[in-house]
Design a protein around this ligand. Structure first.
Ligand SMILES: [Cu+2]
Length: 68
């Protein structure tokens, strides 16, 4: 079990949050995604350590950008 936090730029409403949540949830091993819209903080719980590239790709797929 591992937890990682990223900052995502560009989310402005609940639809954005849903889109990002959906894409990240598709990553193998992800068990939970928690997003704070105001700060852009995305907390991901997973069964294995995720690569930053996988997360970046999923967020990109949703149309947003990981900034840290
Ligand atoms: Cu939105």
């Amino acid at each position: 079990m591992s937890t990682a936090t990223y900052t995502v730029k560009g989310m402005t409403c609940g639809h954005c949050v849903n889109a990002v949540t959906e894409e990240i949830t598709k990553i193998d091993g992800v068990t939970n995604v928690d997003i704070d819209l105001a700060s852009g903080l995305v907390t991901i719980a997973s069964e294995r350590d995720l690569g930053a590239d996988e997360v970046r790709e999923a967020v990109d797929e949703a149309g947003y950008e990981v900034v840290s």
